[in-house]
Design a protein around this ligand. Structure first.
Ligand SMILES: Cc1cc2nc3c(=O)[nH]c(=O)nc-3n(C[C@H](O)[C@H](O)[C@H](O)COP(=O)(O)OP(=O)(O)OC[C@H]3O[C@@H](n4cnc5c(N)ncnc54)[C@H](O)[C@@H]3O)c2cc1C
Length: 511
């Protein structure tokens, strides 16, 4: 380590993004905005012949920030992408046939004292005096009533506590971002890359060779080519850490169906024989898919299960997609960063992949290099990526491990599989002390963890002794008030369908 150093600061002249899926255009829009008035040229190379993965429709609330930073108007965005609102995910049959619970956005209850609400709830629950925890979540109550409204500024009202995300057509979102990026000066080239030339001295990528002839030179490359990782894996050998022993699903079969009449404001994840099925309501169609493990059922069984379990008729042919859950060992290597599916994949159970793209872009911008790339930037970026993937991964593993389904090899395997130490420690701490901590700046808060713990039957009687500071009579009164306010606040709100019709009706479009 040197006490003083002067970094080389020669700016990048040309940055190339290879791939024009959600990741490519999110990167182009965000980086294009930041460098709009600079001399740096940005080019997106995408192949319309290859196309995109064509799935990825449910998000989490952080997407709102991404759009806000870009200055994208919410109504225009929802109209353009046939979008709807999302207040959480309903998990059906994970605890056996007929079971259901919600993982909501927003929080439970309200601030009562100095410890999180669920400690007060746990105390009353032990005495048999509490309603079920979901009765204290405004977002869950709105999901159950199929209602929606955007948060207001009314103090102390549950309406100010609403937290939401979107469902949208990811292909249309990429189109919207493309328009945005092009307006920032980003150039698009429709071409298939068939070869890569590297510098012989340092192994950096120098140019991309196009099928139709010609080459594109650049100083820095962003690989958004999807699962193949054309630059990061096929050329730079960034390596892949396979996590399929924890998350054994490796395939999905997807099909659209007609839009749902009542347009539920939530994603549904229904456990099936060897995985789970998603239902994502959009304005022009419903997205459906069965995420499964090909070790336990065939593609044909998965396809039939999906078709038997969708509401209404399919509007196309089911399509099988293969994947391997895991993380790129070196998502930034030499002069190339991988984003999106090229950087690793966590299956869509908690709708986190698009969020991971956003996080990665934010980290990359925070560590943006000059022409001479300091190894410390690369090291930091790769550490942050690993942390983001690992902490989300653990909640996904927990869903599978804590299932209570019987009579199926797949679910038996999940109940008995080894789980990571970090997750084991979280479960032990919660069960023995009632405490849940947001560690390593992880995405999911205590609200998420408590929802899934209780939803999947992992309970505790323990709570923080700080909850005892509040007098019992006060506590009962305040908990009752919270429950009633939450129950009543939802009643005058419009249905989600009506809210969409007023706020952001999309043009009619074939599914
Ligand atoms: C089954 C499934 C369900 C999912 N559901 C969700 C969800 O609900 N929520 C969520 O957040 N995420 C979800 N995801 C993840 C989400 O789909 C992706 O994170 C997102 O679409 C980003 O994809 P991408 O841009 O990295 O790759 P892709 O969409 O595959 O795009 C790759 C791009 O690279 C281009 N390309 C590839 N090779 C070349 C070449 N040689 N030359 C030129 N161009 C090339 C292609 O043309 C394309 O433009 C899901 C993923 C799967 C598999």
């Amino acid at each position: 380590m040197q006490k003083n150093s002067t970094p080389a600061n020669e700016p990048i002249d040309h940055l190339v993004i290879l791939g024009g899926g959600t990741a490519g255009w999110m990167a182009a829009a965000a980086i294009g905005k930041v460098f709009k008035n600079s001399a740096m040229k940005i080019t997106v190379v995408e192949s319309s012949e290859i196309g995109t993965v064509g799935v990825g429709e449910a998000t989490i609330p952080e997407i709102i920030n991404f759009n806000r930073i870009l200055g994208i108007d919410e109504r225009e965005f929802l109209k353009f992408t046939q979008g709807t609102f999302k207040l959480g995910i309903e998990f059906v049959d994970w605890m056996g046939a007929g079971s259901s619970y919600f993982h909501p956005f927003g929080r439970y209850g309200t601030a009562i004292g100095t410890v999180p609400f669920f400690h007060y709830w746990q105390k009353l629950n032990n005495l048999g005096d509490a309603a079920p925890l979901p009765d204290y979540s405004f977002c869950i109550q709105m999901c159950k009533q199929n209602k929606f409204a955007k948060p207001t500024n009314i103090p102390n009202s549950p309406l100010s506590e609403i937290d939401y995300a979107y469902h949208f057509d990811a292909g249309l979102y990429a189109q919207l971002l493309r328009k945005y990026a092009e307006a920032c000066g980003v150039i698009r080239v429709d071409a298939k890359v068939v070869g890569v030339k590297k510098n012989s001295d340092n192994g950096y990528i120098k140019s991309l060779h196009l099928e139709q002839g010609g080459q594109i030179d650049a100083d820095f490359f962003i690989d958004c080519t999807g699962f193949r990782g054309v630059l990061i894996e096929e050329n730079l050998h960034g390596g892949y850490e396979d996590w399929s022993h924890y998350l054994p699903c490796d395939s999905a079969v997807a099909v659209a169906s007609k839009p749902l009449e009542d347009l539920p404001p939530y994603t549904r994840a229904t456990a099936q024989e060897a995985g789970w099925q998603w239902r994502i309501p959009l304005q022009h169609r419903t997205g459906n898919g069965y995420v499964y493990s090909s070790r336990f059922i065939s593609d044909e069984t998965a396809r039939q299960t999906l078709l038997n379990n969708i509401e209404g008729d399919a509007t196309g042919e089911p399509r099988v997609i293969r994947f391997k859950t895991g993380i790129r060992r070196y998502p930034w290597k030499k002069n190339c960063v991988a984003l999106g599916l090229a950087s690793g994949f966590l299956e869509p159970l908690e709708s986190t992949s698009i969020h991971l793209i956003y996080e990665a872009i934010a980290n990359f911008l925070g560590l943006f290099p000059s022409k001479t790339i300091q190894p410390e930037l690369i090291k930091k970026y790769n550490q942050l990526q690993r942390r983001n993937f690992t902490t989300i991964r653990d909640l996904l593993i927990f869903h599978y491990w804590a299932n209570k389904r019987t009579g199926s090899e797949f679910w038996d395997y999940c109940q008995n599989m080894e789980i990571p130490d970090r997750l084991k420690n979280k479960i032990e701490l919660y069960q023995s002390t009632g405490r849940l901590f947001r560690e390593d700046n992880e995405l999911f808060s205590d609200v998420s963890w408590i929802s899934v713990f209780l939803g999947q039957g992992i309970t505790t009687a323990a709570y923080s002794p700080i909850a005892d500071v509040l007098a019992m009579s006060d506590l009962k009164q305040r908990m009752d008030d919270v429950k009633h306010i939450i129950h009543n606040a939802g009643q005058p709100l419009p249905s989600h369908r009506n809210y969409i019709s007023q706020y952001c009706p999309a043009a009619r479009r074939e599914p």
